[in-house]
Each structure stands twice: as C-alpha cells, then as structure tokens.
Design a protein around this ligand. Structure first.
Ligand code: S3P
Length: 447
C-alpha cells in the first residue's frame, strides 16, 4: 500500500474502553531483525530460509530493494527464501530505490551501497524524506563513496559507491543502531578492519546476525560501558536459516493496553528479549506492572520468551537517559501508561525522538494533551502528571503524522480511557504491525 500525504487516509478510527483484554496473540516478527535478515541473506552466498519475517510495509520495501540489487527473494508458504549474490556482487538497480517510511531500510542500505561499485538513487515517503541522512552520509563518505542529497542532507539522494572502499573507524556521535549498522555493513566490502565505537550500547542485531552468517565480529567494552565493534572486510557470508522472534516493540502496545485495562490477562508467545531492547519491560515493572516471562530460550541467536501480562495499578516513574537506546521506539506508548499512572513521571534524554517517523516528542505531547493528560517538555525530558485513573481522560482527536507508533499509542490510550479516542489515519500501522487492529479485537478490544 502506498501512502502519500495527498492519498486518501484510512477513515477515522475510534478506540473505546472495552471489558478486560484476554487471550493469546502472536505479535509479528521483529522489524529490525527482518530488515537485517533480508539484507544479509542477499549478501550471502547460497540460500537462506527466513521464518517469522515481518511482512510489514517497511520490510517489504527492503525486500524490493534487495531484489532490485540482484538477490532472488520469494515467499514460499509462510517462509521467505533468499538466494544471495555475495558481498561485492550486488548489481546496479534499474530504478530509484523507494524505502517508503523506513529509516532503518534507508540507513542500513546506504552502508551496503557505499561499498559497491554501483550508482543508485534512493527516496522515501514524505516522512522519510524529512529525516536526517547526514548521520550516515557524513561517515560513509570517508570510505570513498559520494552522496548527492537535497539541501539539509535529505532524501532523495544519489549514491555513487566504490568497489575500493577504505575501512572506517568511527565513534558514534548519537546513540543509533542504524548508523552503527550502516558502517559495519559498508565494512563488509572494504579491505581491512572496520571499527565502530558506541559510547552507549545500542541494539546489536547486526553484530549477532553477521556472526550467524559466519563473519567474525569482535566486541570490546570501553571503561565507561560503551562498546567497540570491529570486523575484517572482504568478508564472506555463508547462508544460514534465520528465525525471527516476535517484535518486543510491537508487543509493547498490547502489553501497555493489558496493564491499563482492569481485569486483563494476556499471553504473548515468542517475544524477543534481547537486553538491548527490553528497557520498556524494566520500566513497566518499576511502575508496578505485572509482566512475567515464561519459557525463556534462544531462537536464531536471540533470546526469546513467552510474556504474560496482567492489569495492575501503575505508579509514575523516572526513566534515566541512558536507558533510552533500549526502548527508543517505546516512549509514545510508555507516555500513555504514565498518563494513567498515579504520580509524576519523568522520561529523560529524549532528543532522538525528534527525528523519528514524526517529531515524536511533540507528537506524543499533542496525543496526551488532546486527551486530557497533563504533560510538558523541559529540555529533552517529558514530564507527565499521571491521573491515577481513567477518569476524564480521552475524547480527543489524534493526528498520527505518518507515524505508525503514534497511531497504535492513540488506540491504546482509547482502550484505557473513560472517553473514546479518535485517530485520523491508522493506515501507517501496516509499516510495522500488520493485523494490529484484528489482533487487539481478538483480545476483546472495541475498535
Ligand atoms: C533501529 C534503530 C532505531 C529504532 C528503529 C530501528 C534499527 O533507530 O528507532 O526503529 O533497526 O537499527 P536509531 O538507530 O535511529 O536509534
């Protein structure tokens, strides 16, 4: 499905306070891992079978792009089969690569393209065309690639890659797994050792999956708790099957809904529990949420478990800034939880939220304010004075601003609130969580 600002939006949706949410649902595959599975399988030699791939719009854009670069990608029954081209062997795409709404697809692919001797052109939807690309073009240009972007280093852009890439050594100025991954992926086809230093650890799915495909990735710790990641270029990736866990960032929405709607009890099997992704679970527990993990195991190189969530009275929380990378996509729905909790919450260090699919800091504040919550921003912190109940909350119209996570957060607000919440466009939910509305309805939600 194409989404342009001029295209008709999916009509207004209403989320209403239901009875208790109950049942078991399987949330779709992890978005971060799904992008990486398609990219690395396309760079591998041989055939990779992926189970549990997220079939959301963002990931389908990555599949299209990798096909345009020469990989063979097909869906067979409920698995995805990829015949890779090998590192250095991608072919010039015949048309512009359209990454849709996906910053991850655009940034990671920029890294891969920078160290291939091909010229390509990349664009995205209105949201992605407004997002900063300098964070990847600036370091990647150091390997010999050339980027021509719009003013402000925005998409569309042309990428003139090099087959003789210099390995990069780069210290991340922002905590971004996308930037780290772009540099590591560029290094796969550079002669010599690529090095990335991250002062704060960010999700390590690229490192894990590179190892899974047979690439030696070394990770050292800095004295201040950061990480130094190195890999040797001119690498050979050997095809290996991938099992994608359910996405903890998607699980966040039913988890917060079940925590807030009295009498709820839900079970979410096979959710990814990579410790660099579980900041929300830690935070919700600090708020008094009842969130149990059963059957912890390792699947496809990533820890997973079955989550059981029961409703609970939540209290306000103070979330430290250094936790942000492990829950960066979960702040909108955490802010919803804080609006219903008793007492003050302070969510610290949210500057990166300003450059997501929307300016999520101001969009989350607008979501809460439109629905009667008491919220303000001080510097990069969001402060929410929780109501301690559903009373008087809801009744607003939420503008989703082409942002899937805002749409789902607004629906969760509506399920917990006294008054219904209107959402202007739920179409973007398909970028990361196809089936969200029907899965929530299966739990008893009224949508
Ligand atoms: C992602 C990294 C994060 C996150 C995004 C997915 C990834 O972005 O917000 O949804 O898959 O690497 P940043 O790297 O910009 O923090």
């Amino acid at each position: 499905m194409e989404h342009h600002p001029s295209a008709p939006v999916i009509p207004l949706s209403v989320a209403r306070n239901p009875g208790p949410l109950r049942g078991t649902i399987r949330v779709p595959g992890d978005k971060s891992i799904s992008h990486r599975a398609l990219m690395l399988a396309s760079l591998a030699e041989g055939r990779t079978v992926v189970t549990g791939l997220l079939e959301g719009e963002d990931v389908l854009r990555t599949a299209d792009a990798m096909r345009a670069l020469g990989a063979t990608i097909t869906r067979e029954a409920d698995q995805w089969v990829i015949d890779g081209k090998g590192v250095g062997a991608l072919q010039e795409p015949a048309d512009v690569l359209d990454m849709g709404n996906s910053g991850t697809a655009a940034r990671l692919l920029s890294g891969i393209l920078s160290s291939h001797a091909i010229t390509s052109f990349m664009t995205g939807d209105a949201s992605l065309r407004g997002r900063p690309m300098r964070r990847v073009t600036q370091p990647l240009a150091g390997n010999g690639a050339c980027f021509a972007t719009r003013l402000g280093e925005k998409l569309p852009m042309a990428i003139i890659g090099t087959g003789e890439a210099t390995p990069l050594s780069y210290c991340l100025p922002v905590a971004s797994a996308q930037v780290k991954s772009a540099i590591l992926l560029a290094g796969l086809n550079a002669e010599g050792r690529t090095r990335v230093e991250e002062p704060v650890a960010t999700r390590d799915h690229t490192e894990n999956m590179l190892r899974h495909f047979g690439v030696g990735v070394d990770v050292g710790l800095t004295p201040t708790g950061g990480r130094i990641i190195t890999l040797e270029g001119r690498a050979r990736l050997v095809a290996r099957d991938v099992v994608v866990p359910a996405d903890p960032s998607s699980a966040a929405f039913p988890i917060v809904a079940a925590s807030l709607v009295p009498g709820s009890e839900i079970r979410l099997p096979g959710v990814g529990l990579n410790p660099l992704r579980t900041g929300l679970f830690t935070t919700l527990r600090e708020m008094g949420a009842v969130l149990d993990i059963e059957n912890e195991r390792v699947e496809g190189g990533e820890p997973v478990g079955d989550l059981v969530v029961r409703s609970a009275a939540l209290r306000g929380v103070d979330v430290p800034a250094d936790r942000a990378p492990s829950m960066i996509d979960e702040y909108p729905v955490l802010a919803v939880a804080c609006a219903f909790a008793s007492g003050t919450s302070r969510l610290r260090g949210l500057e990166e939220l300003r450059v997501k699919e929307s300016d999520r800091l101001s969009a989350t504040v607008a979501l809460l304010k439109a629905n009667g919550a008491d919220v303000r921003v001080e510097g990069d912190d969001m402060i929410i004075e929780g109501r301690g109940s559903a009373e008087g909350l809801g009744g607003g119209l939420v503008e989703t601003q082409m942002d899937h996570r805002l749409a789902m957060s607004a629906i969760v607000f509506g399920l917990a609130a006294e008054k219904p919440v209107l959402v202007d466009d739920t179409g973007f939910i398909n970028t990361s969580f196809p089936g969200f509305v029907s899965l929530m309805a299966a739990l008893g939600a009224v949508l």
